[in-house]
Structure formats: C-alpha cells, structure tokens
Ligand binder design. Structure first.
Ligand code: C2E
Ligand code: CA
Ligand code: CA
Ligand code: CA
Length: 283
C-alpha cells in the first residue's frame, strides 16, 4: 500500500461514499504512521492512595497526524486490529515502552513497572512470547518492569493457546492485568479458569464513576466486592478512571491499593511523565 501514490487515491474516491473514504484514508495514513514517526506513547501514573507515590504507569498510544492533529486510540485501534496493522503497532508500543522505561531507570529515577495494552488478536500468538523475550533482551529491561493489560475477550479464544501464552508470560516474570474488569460477560469464571495466571484486576471506570460516600450505590457494593475478591485471590487491584477526591476516599476505605485517573494525572507525554517521576510523588 505504501506504493499507492496520490493519483491512485483519487481514482478510488469517486466510487466511494464518505464513510468508506474516511476508513480508507485512515488506514493508508496509519500504515505509514510508524515510519513517519507520528506515533507517540503517553504515560499515566498509577498511584498509591495513601502515600501518593507513583508505583507504576500505563502506556497509551497517541497518533500525531500532520493534518488531523492528535488522534486518540479509540479512533484507530479497532481498524488496526481489522487490518493486521496491530501486529507492527503492538511491537512498536512494546519496544518503545521498554526502551523508555530503561532510560528512566538508567537516569536513576524510581523503578516502576510500565504496562502496555495488548489487542485481543495479538495476544493469541506464540510469537508474542518470542517477540517479548527479544525485546527485553534488546532493551535490557528486567521483565518485572513490563506488564501487559488484556481484556476478557482475549481469554475467550483457543483455550490451549491462551493457557500457554499466559503460562509463558508468568515464566518470564511479566505480570498480566485484566483490564475493564466487571464489564465482560464471564469475568468471574475467567478468574476461576485462569487462577494464578492473572496478577492484577483493573476495575472498570463505569463502576468508579458512580461511587458515592454515602455508600448506597450498587457501584459501591460491586467495587468493594471486586477489591475483596482480589485480596482473597492474592491479586493486585487497580481502580481506573478516578476523578474526584470523594471517589478516592471511598476506595481508600475499601483498601484499594492502586489508583489511576485524572484526579492524579491525565496521560502525559514522555517529558512530562519524567518530571512526575523525578518527584516520585503526585501532589
Ligand atoms: P484503556 O486501556 O481502558 O485505557 C484507559 C483509558 O481511560 C485511556 O484512554 C485513558 O486516557 C482514559 N482515562 C484514564 N483516566 C481517566 C479518568 O479519570 N477519566 C476518564 N474519563 N478517562 C480516563 P485512551 O488513552 O484514549 O485509550 C483508550 C483505549 O484505547 C484504551 O482503554 C485501550 O483499550 C486502547 N489503547 C490505548 N493505547 C493502546 C495501545 O498501545 N495498544 C492497544 N492495543 N490499545 C490501546
Ligand atoms: Ca488498559
Ligand atoms: Ca481499562
Ligand atoms: Ca477500555
């Protein structure tokens, strides 16, 4: 597709409706985004609710398009998955996050794990393990400083592969987080089936946003239950999308050990995250 010149582009437009054109244009642009250096990782801190120490970060992809400006992942990740571009994109994200984390460590900043998001279909490949081992070796990052976030959809596919990939990550010492926990349709049975292979639960924002200090909302009961469940199962738990100090207080009462959300920081550029990490703390 890289060979397609501007002229080819025009031939297609005449027979396409606006929507198709938009997707076509998005796809052809995305294909070149890596080579043109248009992709960037932002980092959002994960914070201890009691000390405000930064105890981790999530890497989130951004696309700086010369004409369209900053494009958010919700606009292009699913397209990347449908077109197979997510393979190259995923490798780029992993490599970039590992290189960056190692740079921070070499600069004597606090050592924290950085998590990356894995597309559901990416997760299903053995090559993920091979590629990950190579990236860690190349970047010299210790495996415990890389974490992966997957959604339940990843767990619904071929059982043998899922077990072997999860087992492989465990052997490498890479922690696995179950993202958007509570929104899938098999959350609890996933925990049972993959016991010992999932290390972290990330409580979905839809529960966090309705937390109230009077504790009468269903979201309070559900959030509290997920936190207790994670403790029983010896897993870590992260509350995502925390925006208010009221939500923070409720989560503290429930003994949630990690907080992520706009209250502490939006996802920020590498340079801005480095400033946060230099302080080591939020606030
Ligand atoms: P996610 O993994 O659930 O990431 C959390 C999203 O919530 C991020 O949106 C983050 O900016 C946003 N967020 C964090 N704190 C708050 C808050 O307090 N309030 C609100 N309203 N939002 C908050 P973002 O960066 O736009 O990413 C959206 C989704 O795109 C991610 O959801 C993830 O599924 C996907 N994504 C992002 N980066 C990557 C990537 O490198 N690879 C893959 N495969 N998917 C990615
Ligand atoms: Ca995530
Ligand atoms: Ca999430
Ligand atoms: Ca999400």
């Amino acid at each position: 597709a890289k060979e397609l010149g501007k002229n080819n582009f025009q031939v297609y437009t005449s027979s396409m409706n606006a929507q198709t054109f938009k997707i076509f244009s998005l796809e052809s642009n995305l294909r070149n985004a890596i080579d043109l250096n248009q992709l960037e990782l932002y980092y959002q801190p994960k914070v201890c609710p009691n000390t405000y120490d930064i105890i981790g970060a999530e890497a989130l992809i951004r696309w700086n398009h010369p004409e369209w400006g900053l494009v958010l992942p919700d606009e292009f990740i699913s397209l990347a998955e449908e077109t197979g571009l997510d393979i190259e994109l995923g490798s780029w994200v992993k490599r970039t996050a590992c290189i960056q984390n190692k740079l921070w460590q070499d600069a004597n900043l606090p050592k924290i794990p950085v998590s990356i998001n894995l597309s559901a279909n990416r997760f299903l490949e053995h090559s993920l393990l091979i590629n990950t081992v190579e990236t860690l070796k190349e970047t010299k990052l210790e495996p415990k400083y890389l974490e992966v976030e997957i959604t339940e959809t990843s767990l619904l596919e071929n059982e043998k592969i899922v077990f072997s990939v999860l087992g492989g990550l465990k052997e490498l010492g890479i922690k696995v987080a179950l993202d958007d926990f509570g929104t899938g349709y098999s959350s609890l049975s996933s925990l049972k089936r993959f016991k010992g292979l999932i290390d972290i639960l990330k409580i979905d924002r839809t529960f966090i946003k309705d937390l109230s200090e009077i504790e009468t909302d269903d979201s309070n009961f559900i959030t509290n239950m997920i936190i207790q469940l994670s403790q029983q199962l010896k897993m870590e738990v992260v509350a995502e999308g925390v925006e208010t100090s009221e939500q923070l207080q409720v989560l503290r009462n429930y003994n949630c050990n990690t907080i992520q959300g706009y209250l502490f920081s939006k996802p920020v550029s590498t340079a801005d995250f480095e400033k946060l990490l230099r302080k080591g703390k939020i606030m």
